[in-house]
Write a new protein. Structure first.
Length: 393
């Protein structure tokens, strides 16, 4: 019996790991103007992303890579109830980038006229792009109207996608999803009201808390708020607009124009330093400015102007409001520290201490202190750490 030796030969195709590294950093904006992106070609004159493409250590000396850039939208305002492509461009199938050295590229380089890129080694790399898909703007009445009237991307969810695909390999896609809304909401809450009725807009402290409302910024820490406070002098100012443009109490430095509150904040305790005093009996105006990053630089949104008056306790009034007679800073401090309801219950009309004035004695944690110390605590926000306030006859 013959024994037959059979040799089994397995031919394995070479297996390569990841051959490219692809990183993309998107530039954040709150408002995107349509003129920043040519919807028919995808070309842009403002930076939307910065990408870096390079070979991995296990990759061959040269790697053909295709590049895609696509913008999609889902917007009820436009009638796009599902995700639709606004524009999609890519390298032609027969003309991939030949990657040998790292390449840094921006969206501004991805134009139909671009024929070459420069890699980090100084080599010219051929590139040839084509438009794969684009929305017909003339057939989209809502989008066309937005172009004509505002020039902005209408409200909706936009997705910016950049993809690098090595030939024979898997695509590496990086994206940025934006929920675009019109940031037009900026409303002052307190203190203050109309100039015609300052008696109803009186406050009992020279260190008020300014509060306002605004729609959320879709970029974390992307929108900054500024505030401006000035005195309204009836003999000098004929309107609140004229008063707000006059010499400011906040900021004290007149060259600043507005005081920087910071990003994402919607309240400010009037500071004890770097600000002018808010004097009892005087009328003041205030306004907030919101600075929004857009594809055309920063855009400013201004609130209305509110008016308030600082209560002068030295003035005698036939209709005593129960806050107490005499110049009483202690009562003003209590107005700031107590809830509005508690203050009215104690010092308001028919309150348990209606008509009373203070002895001027203040104790903090059992030790005597003064007005300025408490005012400094309030201006630094430490009133949030006060557990209780005791008022005794």
């Amino acid at each position: 019996m013959k024994k037959i030796l059979t040799t089994l030969m397995l031919v394995l195709a070479p297996v390569f790991g990841q051959v490219i590294d692809f990183t993309v950093d998107f530039t954040p904006y709150v408002i995107y103007y349509l003129s920043a992106v040519d919807i028919s070609t995808g070309e842009s004159n403002v930076p939307l992303f910065l990408a870096r493409l390079e070979r991995t250590q296990s990759a061959p000396n040269s790697v053909p890579v295709h590049i895609d850039f696509e913008i999609t939208v889902q917007s009820d305002a436009l009638g796009f109830y599902e995700e639709e492509t606004l524009v999609h461009i890519k390298t032609k199938e027969e003309s991939p980038l030949i990657l040998t050295a790292p390449i840094t590229m921006t969206n501004q380089m991805l134009t139909l006229d671009t024929r070459q890129l420069l890699d980090d080694a100084g080599n010219l790399v051929n590139m040839n792009l084509e438009v794969v898909e684009t929305v017909d703007i003339e057939q989209t009445d809502e989008l066309l109207n937005a172009v004509i009237t505002t020039g902005r991307l209408p409200d909706g969810i936009y997705r910016f996608m950049v993809t690098a695909t090595p030939e024979g390999g898997s695509p590496e896609m990086r994206d940025d999803v934006l929920n675009v809304t019109s940031p037009l909401d900026l409303q002052l809450v307190s203190p203050g009201g109309a100039l015609a009725d300052t008696t109803s807009n009186e406050i009992y402290t020279s260190y008020p808390v300014f509060q306002w409302d605004s729609d959320p910024c879709m970029i974390p820490d992307g929108c900054e708020f500024y505030i401006r406070v000035a005195q309204f002098i009836p003999t000098e100012h004929s309107s609140v607009d004229q008063a707000i443009e006059s010499t400011t109490r906040l900021p004290l430095d007149q060259s600043l124009g507005f005081y920087n509150v910071g990003s994402g904040l919607t309240s400010l305790q009037y500071p004890a330093s770097d600000a002018g005093d808010l004097e009892p009996g005087s009328i003041y105006v205030w306004q907030v400015k919101k600075v929004i990053p857009t594809t055309f630089g920063s855009e400013e949104l201004f609130s209305e102007i509110l008016v308030f008056k600082v209560k002068d306790f030295s003035e005698e009034s036939d209709s005593d409001d129960g806050a107490g007679g005499g110049s009483d800073m202690v009562i003003q401090l209590l107005q700031t520290l107590l809830d509005e309801g508690d203050f009215e219950q104690i010092f308001g009309e028919n309150g348990s201490l209606s008509g009373y004035s203070s002895t001027g004695t203040i104790q903090l944690n059992g030790s005597s202190t003064d007005n300025s110390t408490v005012q400094a605590m309030i201006s630094e926000g430490l009133n949030d750490k006060i557990i209780s306030v005791e008022v005794s006859e």
